[in-house]
Ligand binder design. Structure first.
Ligand code: ADP
Length: 219
């Protein structure tokens, strides 16, 4: 069997990580593991974990390293993750990157893709983003589903994420620069970093990522 493919996707909020991970998940048949989606699902389900993290998420702050590391560790034990995973939103700081290395072993991360987008663009993308509360499909504010508030895919409610409001956006982007941007050096030092221009059509971004993956021979 081929070695598992663990892909870390880094990029500012609104860089297109979720969109690309959904596509890559279908292409490489490995699950899209988004810690943000997992935490939002817990809030929606009103589980004990959800109640613990709800206010942190709404403010755009980070939940504890310990908690997300446990969440990811548990997710890796599920049957669909034997071939690896696409990591979106994790790791988010050096402590989490080190925890991931401890979980997978040295060399466990096959590739780290950095989606590069200018700050002005992500601010616009985030404030116009609308999301289906039920199936998670992302729409832009002018899409008919966003205008009507009814998801074209599942009939669920389409709304703005609580943390896509200006104050929370500012806070999330600051946290990204301070805590997450240093991971670029971390993965560069491991020899697994590739940069991809995220300011192009989703198809072109996917094409560039797939090219980088096959160039490196990791899948
Ligand atoms: P974004 O990257 O656009 O902020 P996500 O969906 O990845 O959105 O995450 C939403 C929120 O979930 C974050 O603002 C944070 O509160 C929490 N979160 C997600 N992943 C992590 C993580 N790895 N460590 C700590 N908090 C996290």
């Amino acid at each position: 069997m081929a070695a598992p493919l663990y892909l870390v996707v880094l990029g500012k909020q609104g860089a297109g990580k979720g969109t690309q991970c959904d596509r890559l998940s279908a292409l490489y048949e490995i699950p899209h593991v988004s810690t943000g989606d997992m935490l939002r699902a817990a809030v929606k389900a009103d589980s004990e974990l959800g109640r613990e993290v709800a206010s942190v998420l709404e403010a755009g702050a980070l939940v504890s390293d310990d908690l997300v590391v446990r969440l990811v560790d548990e997710r890796f034990t599920q049957a669909d993750a034997v071939g690896g995973a696409l990591l979106d939103g994790f790791p988010r700081n050096l402590a989490q990157a080190e925890a991931l290395e401890a979980l997978l072993g040295a060399g466990g991360v096959s590739l780290c893709v950095s989606l590069e987008v200018p700050l002005e663009l992500v601010a616009v993308r985030l404030s116009s983003r609308r999301v289906c509360r039920d199936c998670g499909t992302i729409y832009s504010e002018r899409d008919p589903s966003a205008v009507s508030g009814v998801c074209a895919k599942c009939g669920g409610v389409v709304e703005q994420r609580a943390d896509d409001r200006p104050e929370a956006i500012r806070r999330r982007l600051e946290t990204y620069e301070r805590d997450t941007a240093p991971l670029l050096d971390f993965y560069r030092s491991r020899g697994v970093l590739v940069s991809v221009n995220g300011d192009q059509s989703p198809d072109d971004v996917t094409r560039d990522i797939v090219a980088a993956i096959s160039e490196r021979g990791v899948a």
